[in-house]
Design a protein around this ligand. Structure first.
Ligand SMILES: [Zn+2]
Length: 79
């Protein structure tokens, strides 16, 4: 069994996913906020720090989201 370290809270966990089970709902919530924000403001977004200040999601978490499966298209927007 693979033990991973949660990048949100630092706890060790063995469940599937990008973060521990305690952080999963918060992570999913922020991820959908991020996606919605990008979809609604696509042409006006220039940087992750802009999204961070407008959504309240930390830049660290936004950077992590860009590596999630299915967000390859988003990654291109910020490179
Ligand atoms: Zn966690």
């Amino acid at each position: 069994m693979e033990v991973k370290r949660c990048s949100r809270c630092g706890a060790f966990y063995t469940n599937q996913g990008y973060v521990c089970s305690k952080c999963t709902s918060k992570d999913n919530l922020e991820l959908s906020q991020f996606k919605n924000f990008v979809e609604e403001n696509c042409v006006e977004i220039s940087s992750l720090s802009q999204i961070a200040s407008e959504t309240g999601i930390s830049e660290k978490n936004l950077n992590r989201f860009l590596d999630y499966d299915g967000l390859e298209g988003y990654k291109k927007l910020f490179k």
